[in-house]
Ligand binder design. Structure first.
Ligand code: SF4
Length: 687
């Protein structure tokens, strides 16, 4: 029996751990450690350990499907392409929209945005980064000129004080949690701010439970304490930043005193003071955050407040400092880098700058979509639902908005209004059911390619087995469809590597990368502009990316979430992930070992709230918001702040996003998943 070990990169969270796929008789049968990978040094979390289980699931899509009389029937690739081409050619550019994917490779995201802009001539290309870290891209780019995590994952272990806010790191990014523990073992203080007493809270030296949506008040209060006690880094503020006085004026207001912010956030004043002292005095403080910060109508404000705090304390550009925006999905960083966003080409080159558009037209050898910002995912759903006929045709690759987007009744209305929809995926997702054509795609283990993790490190996927049935790699599908649409010259690639060669040619931050360099386990962090460049694990060492090299302070006032509790909906709903499942559950729920551990969702309710409502642990309850209601089992616990309810969003049978609010951050268009008003009602006890 032939056994092979194929090193590759985890398809789940943005940590980007490496492991070996174990291949027997040309089929993937397991996962084995890859000790030389620097991200995780051979260690894995449960999802990584079982990352082989869904690959050969009997549910995999194996043939193209065309919907006839409301039912899917199998079709040949030729039939599917013929139908798609005739439909695509019947629409004008802006009547079409594409959704790329944080799950597929860089090469495939690059090709989808090229297909949208060069073939369909539509500016409407976006993906689910809009739902998780759009505020990071906008907020950090505004402060520093570059919208990505500033440090490497390994560097977290060098920190002397780590503030984790809005991230349950030990469950959602466990191998980053490992670096936090390494820092703690060397004496670092760990401060954890979150409404839930999560596994991350258990490891903290100081736990700050707060009401969802009060982040800016907390961060401004910490800055006030830093300034009052003289813990700011005066040299850094003077030499490397501008507009500090504007921020000082805001944060020194009485609104952000310890006592007042204790009232706003629910964190005891003495704990706020301790947090400020530990953070301000350590000399090497890092901040880790995730969607608890970004998924708010004030998402950009939250990120800019974090940037303000790090500039004030001079905690940027050195080992053990920085801002670690932990990206949720395996390749959400790469999908952004590749220009699968409504406002930028690859490498964040703006679509509204004529020279950038010309550069892409020259590189691609054809006219492309007008140089204007297209519809974001969130705006696209609104247009589809509320302005029927404006966008008629949607092409979706590896996304599942029917679970991942807020206010699912509204999303369903949007899906039903699409005249012609193509979905390209590895399983029949809740979204694919609405499609007119479904194309079967290869998964991460069945193709070569690259993905970029949260620390900007570009790593390889390596093909370990053939795709099932007639499924094909997404990049191959784009090549064949591009050719069928008459764009053979623009889609000539024989391999993923050839696509990457073009990416490095047109994307300055990837300019010095090629497969030969990326083959090494340590891979490369962008920016890596030339072949001689070693990559950049730590950003902003000497200067920021803005033309004048300075970081920009932004004064931010605290604002409440778009929807706050009232007498009809008296509690705050927040949503998130658990360690056993991932995103919309498309892969993890087909992994027996993972599904067994957390087979359905739950609503976490504080013991005091449960007592008032007469609800016992495990009892079925209704969670109701202005958008909808679900039935779900209650978990009554002291480990969540009184007044707050938590529901994981992975589960279709009790979909948290039936309840969430699609109010958007005005700049980043990210929805407010993390705070809306909810009512919990008793139903009946579970036997
Ligand atoms: Fe995969 Fe993330 Fe777990 Fe690493 S931490 S094994 S990348 S899910």
């Amino acid at each position: 029996m032939e056994v092979k070990y194929v090193p590759t990169t985890c398809p789940y969270c943005g940590t980007g751990c490496g492991f070996n796929l174990v291949v027997k008789d040309r089929k993937v049968v397991g996962v084995a450690p890859w000790n030389r990978n620097p991200v995780n040094e051979g260690k894995l979390c449960p999802k990584g350990n079982y990352a082989h289980e869904f690959i050969n699931s009997p549910d995999r899509l194996t043939k193209p499907l065309i919907k006839k009389d409301g039912k899917f029937v199998e079709a040949s690739w030729d039939e599917a392409y013929k139908l798609i081409v005739s439909k695509f050619k019947s629409y004008k550019g802006e009547e079409m929209a594409c959704l790329a994917s944080a799950r597929v490779s860089n090469e495939e995201n690059y090709l989808m945005q090229k297909f949208a802009r060069a073939v369909l001539k539509t500016p409407n290309i976006d993906h689910c980064a809009r739902l998780c870290h759009a505020s990071t891209v906008v907020g950090l780019a505004g402060a520093f000129g570059s919208g990505a995590m500033t440090q490497s994952i390994a560097d977290i272990a060098e920190s002397k004080c780590i503030l984790i806010i809005g991230s349950n790191t030990f469950e959602t990014h466990p191998l980053i949690g490992r670096r936090v523990m390494q820092a703690k073992a060397k004496g670092a203080k760990v401060i954890y701010a979150d409404p839930r007493f999560t596994p991350t809270a258990k490891q903290a030296d100081l736990y700050l439970p707060f009401y969802s949506g009060t982040d800016v008040a907390i961060l401004n209060c910490i800055m006030q304490q830093v300034l009052k006690n003289g813990w700011e880094n005066k040299d850094f503020v003077k030499n490397r930043t501008k507009d500090f006085e504007k921020v000082k004026e805001i944060v020194m207001k009485d609104t952000y005193s310890l006592e007042n912010v204790a009232k706003i956030s629910g964190i005891p004043a003495k704990d706020l003071a301790t947090a400020a002292e530990w953070f301000g005095k350590s000399g090497q403080s890092a901040i880790l955050y995730s969607m608890g910060i970004t998924q708010h109508t004030t998402g950009v404000d939250n990120v800019k407040s974090i940037s303000n705090l790090q500039m004030l304390t001079g905690n940027l550009g050195r080992p053990g400092t920085g801002i670690c925006a932990l990206r949720g999905q395996n390749n959400v960083q790469g999908a952004c880098d590749m220009g699968a966003l409504a406002n930028v080409y690859s490498g964040y080159q703006s679509v509204i700058v004529p020279e950038m558009r010309k550069k892409m037209m020259d590189a691609w050898g054809c006219e492309i979509a007008e140089g204007k910002v297209g519809l974001t995912v969130t705006k696209l759903i609104n247009v589809l639902a509320d302005e029927p006929g404006k966008v008629k045709c949607v092409y979706i690759m590896g996304e599942n908005p029917m679970i991942s987007d807020p206010d699912l009744h509204h999303v369903e209305k949007a899906m039903k209004n699409v005249e012609f929809m193509v979905v390209q995926d590895i399983f029949m997702t809740e979204t694919a059911k609405f499609a007119h054509v479904v194309l079967p795609a290869a998964c991460y283990a069945e193709k070569d390619g690259t993905q970029t993790n949260t620390e900007r490190r570009v790593q390889m996927w390596r093909k370990a087995q053939d795709p099932p049935g007639e499924a094909k790699a997404d990049w191959q599908i784009f090549c064949e469809l591009g050719k069928a649409m008459g764009f053979e010259k623009q889609f000539p690639y024989k391999s993923a590597e050839e696509v990457f060669t073009e990416i490095s040619r047109v994307t300055p931050s990837y300019g010095g990368m090629n497969y030969a360099r990326l083959e090494k386990p340590e891979a490369l962090h962008w920016p890596c502009p030339t072949l001689e460049h070693p990559g950049t694990p730590i950003l902003h060492k000497e200067k920021f990316t803005h033309p004048d090299g300075l970081g920009i302070f932004t004064p931010i006032e605290f604002k409440y979430p778009a929807e706050v509790p009232d007498k009809d909906y008296p509690l705050i709903l927040t949503t998130g992930r658990c360690i056993w499942q991932w995103h919309t559950g498309t892969m993890t729920r087909r992994s027996e070992s993972l599904e067994r551990e957390e087979p359905t969702g739950w609503a976490e309710i504080n013991v005091e709230d449960a007592k008032v409502l007469g609800i016992k642990d495990k009892e079925m309850v209704k969670a109701i918001t202005r958008r909808g209601e679900i039935k779900i089992g209650a978990r009554v616990t002291p480990g969540i702040k009184k007044g707050v309810v938590f529901i994981p969003f992975h589960y279709v049978e009790c979909a948290a996003n039936m309840l969430t609010n699609n109010a958007l951050d005005p700049t980043a268009s990210i929805p407010e998943f993390k705070a809306c008003a909810v009512r919990i009602e008793k139903i009946a006890e579970v036997k």
